[in-house]
Design a protein around this ligand. Structure first.
Ligand code: C5P
Length: 204
């Protein structure tokens, strides 16, 4: 069974997806970490981003992200890595390689997969599709608190990233028609998790 959680940067996808996975005993897949890994490697090594995506090894060990044997859990979370991720994510060859890998991963077992295109592209047959949103100021405030950054700086970066994610790659920010929209503005984590878990139980 796949639970797809999509939405823009800072909507709370990671926190919600992790918590839902823990509640249900499912495995959590962070597809953003895969785009971030490709972005990081491409920024370091250059070359063709599609080739990078098709040849690197990305492994998840608990909460750690291992890129070609190296722990990049922290390195992929910097503002530069966010930028790099959103750039390479606009490359169709990169998307093709990562989507193929993600489909392989979720084909067996029970998953909570989080990203931009899970319900629309990676797992269109997902049993549950949730599209998380929150108003932009709230999204920036959460990201800033999470990473100890200035909310105004985060808001500026977020606007640029939203614009790029929207125009370079329209499909990635579109909510699938059959997704349940959940606006997390003003809701607690527990309230959001409860909504998603309820959808999952109904879908079983
Ligand atoms: O979710 P996260 O902020 O980690 O994603 C980093 C970037 O990777 C996003 O800004 C987006 O450009 C890209 N991405 C994507 N498709 C996904 C997950 C992430 O295009 N499924």
């Amino acid at each position: 069974m796949v639970i797809a959680i999509d939405g823009p940067a800072g909507a709370g996808k990671s926190t919600v997806a992790r918590a839902v996975a823990q509640r249900l005993g499912f495995t959590y897949l962070d597809t953003g970490a895969m785009y971030r890994s490709v972005g990081l490697r491409h920024a370091q090594a250059g070359g063709n981003a599609g080739h990078v995506a098709a040849t690197i090894s990305i492994e998840f060990e608990g909460d750690r992200v291992i890129l070609d044997g190296e722990d990049v859990t922290d390195a992929i979370r910097t503002p530069e890595a966010s930028e790099a991720a959103s750039h390479v994510a606009a490359d169709p060859q990169v998307r093709e390689a990562l989507v193929a890998e993600q489909r392989r991963i979720v084909a067996t077992g029970d998953w909570v997969a989080e990203g931009r295109d899970i319900g629309s592209v990676v797992a269109p047959d997902a049993a549950v599709k949730v599209f998380l949103t929150a108003d932009p100021a709230e999204r920036a405030r959460r990201r800033a608190a999470q990473h100890g950054l200035d909310p105004q700086d985060v808001l500026k970066d977020q606007q640029a990233r939203d614009a790029r994610d929207n125009t370079a790659n329209r499909a990635t920010l579109e909510a699938p028609k059959d997704a349940t929209p959940v606006d997390t503005t003003g809701l607690t984590l527990d309230e959001v998790v409860e909504q998603v878990v309820t959808l999952a139980i109904e879908a079983k």
